[in-house]
Design a protein around this ligand. Sequence first.
Ligand code: CP
Length: 312
Amino acid sequence: MQWTKKDILDIESLSAEEIELIFETAFGLKEISRRPIKKVPTLRGKTVVLFFMEPSTRTRISFDIAAKRLSADSIAIAAASSSIVKGETLLDTAGNLRAMNPDIIVIRHSYAGSAHMLARSLDISVINAGDGMHAHPTQALLDMMTVREKKGSLSGLNVAIIGDITHSRVARSNILGFTKMGARVQVAGPATMIPPALEELGASVAKSVDEALSEADVVMMLRIQKERQRNFLFPTQREYSIHFGLNASRLSMLKPDALIMHPGPLNRGVEICPEAADGPFSVILDQVTNGVALRMALYYLVSGGMRDADAD
Ligand code: CP
């Protein structure tokens, strides 16, 4: 199939066939990162702006490394060092960045809808690196890629997403993605962190964390998104860990071939214990490794790499 999309904004706007094409492209590009010289000339002459208005380690660095592995020039802009602190609007900032003729803008912003707003106003590719509580499509894609790599297929798998579902753009994008690819998604966590109408997204709510864990082929633990919570939604971290965390006693409930995932950053001893994060079930660092290949694939596809390859 041909890639036709200018932007990567959310999982809703990707078909299952497009998601498969992203996986295949990423699997093909992954070996570049294992070469002694980790660079190919594919995107030489292209410029990527990394416009990160919220903190990030994994997403920003992997978008940056992905650009460099494909020989694109990348430049990062952060909130504190940008003229946004002087009152410039998001659209004015984006318009000024566009005037410098980049090819792709990657945006992370606390405002849900920011990536869509930029994509509507700019004639270059926009990739959503997380917008408020709305979407984190590249995280969901790299998560699904990791499960596809380990399990061969997503179809028919039981996926448990545990923790602060309400405030998590990762949960929303993964529910939409895994169900689109034929998996079943159950969520569990404190009642104060489970949003209404989850069934409309395709997920069901488990009666307890233990029920969700015992049936899961894939366990995705989420941190508590304190930065997006207005009220106290749980009494103490210790109680959270006992009732909702993946602790040592809950590890024994898992299927022998279950995968433990976490998008990071981890809060060790709260939602996940070190034995789970670092043990044999964990694929947390595989997620990070795949994040580079996945983002290389997205750059390649939105830059018309397939059209160029077909023309050769
Ligand atoms: N998973 C994720 O988005 O991590 P960062 O916030 O470090 O980018």
